[in-house]
Write a protein that binds this ligand. Structure first.
Ligand SMILES: O=C(O)CSc1nc(-c2cccc(Cl)c2)no1
Ligand SMILES: Cc1ncc(COP(=O)(O)O)c(C=O)c1O
Length: 444
């Protein structure tokens, strides 16, 4: 087999790198994802070696998927961007070996890419997942998961507090496949049990923490409730990031992320990922290979590069957000603060039990009306008035305008008050952000 493990042949590679790559190419071929019809395999020798070497999230964020056994064999420290739409084979026999799972490659760009594969391995290491597939956006990740794991005519459960576009997709597209849905309030475990008892539930899909009220669901509890009834549990863990929460270790079957947010972390790329057991992720990957919401390898590189500092950024954002939440909760012009790290949060006890940090987003209600809230937003100087969250630059928005301007009815149904603010804390200095918020509050 090629010394470079299949299609990504790099000229001028050192013998060391070639030997490392050759040692992993056969094992890598069996890793789910390289060949969609491969039997579910044990982790490759390289993956096992990495796990033995890299114990902490900090080391995994920097090196997992890249330090040992990266399929792209060069002497470069960084993972090269493999810009190709197709992969070549040296002989018909090599192509047959690929088709039958003995030779690792990707055949065509929609079926995979070595740069993206390194990223997938890094995420699998951080989420303690058997497999991860990276895709074009967080929304596509949710769509691919729902399209694959919920059968036509199936029934799902989800929660009232949810990213609005995810809700819109489930309300408008799933019924076209005869799929029905029960919507429960995040803390209403009786409603979840009732839904599981009275429906053949395929999947419970929820965010935790949720957008925008940062409600928290007890992952271990709901996974047991679902599994007792043969239902799968998928957690959208975007607001937590894999640093603060490892949902698979708590019983979730699948985790999805908008990599656009904390994972890439620089407000410069859109992506998504699905992580979990190989048997489940392989089904999503096969769907993805057909439908083709492909993550461009240049985007993969930006996300890989962002993940190098994921642990540092998230820890900083956790700390600053907690200090900001505590400050806001004491301010006379703030009516209410929603932050899982505050004892006043309805699920603070759940967040403490399943999260190591509470994230960088603080939602709060200004003690005022629509116009005074607008004046506050328009008076802040450091946070960008923009959508999205989780990046280095602080972002602030008023969901009543940003996400729900088109529907007063929806705002009323989901409790999106005119004075609600979402504040995504970046990695700026807390003092600078606090002073900026103070001067803006002084103006209302
Ligand atoms: O609604 C959209 O399609 C994108 S706009 C959107 N912004 C946020 C959001 C979430 C947390 C904090 C902040 Cl500042 C913003 N969530 O969706
Ligand atoms: C919780 C959550 N999941 C998914 C998404 C969608 O991700 P993307 O914008 O990468 O499609 C968002 C977007 O804000 C989100 O807040």
């Amino acid at each position: 087999p090629s010394p470079f493990g299949g299609g990504s042949r790099v000229r001028g590679t050192s013998s060391h790198a070639a030997a490392a790559s050759a040692a992993t190419s056969a094992a890598a071929a069996a890793e789910v994802g390289a060949i969609p019809n491969a039997k579910l395999a044990q982790p490759s020798a390289a993956t096992l070696a990495e796990r033995a070497l890299l114990g902490s999230d900090a080391s995994l964020a920097v090196h997992a998927g890249e330090r040992l056994g990266r399929r792209i064999a060069t002497d470069a420290i960084t993972t090269p961007v493999v810009n190709t739409s197709a992969y070549w084979f040296s002989s018909s026999q090599e192509l047959i070996d690929f088709k039958e799972g003995r030779h690792a490659s990707f055949e065509y760009g929609r079926y995979g890419n070595p740069t993206t594969e390194a990223l997938e391995k890094k995420m699998s290491a951080l989420e303690k997942a058997e497999s991860t597939v990276f895709v074009a956006s967080g929304m596509y990740a949710s769509v691919a998961m729902l399209s694959t794991l919920v059968p036509a005519g199936g029934h799902i459960v989800t929660t009232t507090d949810l990213y609005r576009k995810t809700r819109i997709y489930m309300e408008t597209e799933l019924p076209k496949r005869g799929i029905t849905m029960t919507v429960i309030r995040p803390a209403d475990m009786d409603a979840l049990q009732d839904a599981l008892d009275n429906n053949n539930v395929s999947l419970f899909f929820t965010e935790t923490p949720t957008n925008p009220f940062l409600r928290c669901i007890d992952i271990e509890l709901v996974s047991n409730m679902c599994h007792n009834k043969g239902a799968l549990l998928c957690i959208d863990s975007t607001f937590a990031s894999p640093i603060n929460q490892k949902a698979l270790t708590l019983g979730a079957d699948i985790v999805v992320h908008s990599a656009t947010k904390y994972i890439a972390g620089h407000n410069d790329v859109i992506g998504g990922c699905i992580s979990g057991r190989g048997e489940l992720v392989s089904k999503v990957r096969i769907y993805h290979h057909v439908v083709g919401g492909v993550l461009n390898p240049n985007a993969s590189y930006l996300i890989l590069r962002g993940m190098k500092t994921l642990h540092l950024r998230v820890q900083c954002q956790n700390n600053t957000a907690l200090r900001m939440a505590q400050f806001l909760e004491e301010h006379p012009k703030i009516a209410r603060v929603y932050y899982p790290g505050l004892p006043s949060h309805p699920e603070h006890h759940i967040a403490k039990s399943q999260m190591t940090g509470f994230g960088g987003v603080v939602s709060f209600e200004v003690d005022g009306d629509f116009d005074s809230t607008r004046r506050f937003i328009d008076s802040v100087k450091i946070p960008y008035h923009a959508p999205s969250f989780g990046g280095c630059e602080s972002i602030i928005d008023q969901p009543a305008i940003m996400s729900y301007w088109d529907s007063k009815e929806q705002r009323d149904i989901y409790g999106i008050k005119d004075n609600l603010i979402r504040f995504s804390i970046g990695v700026e200095d807390f003092g600078d952000l606090k002073n900026d918020i103070v001067q803006a509050l002084d103006k209302i």
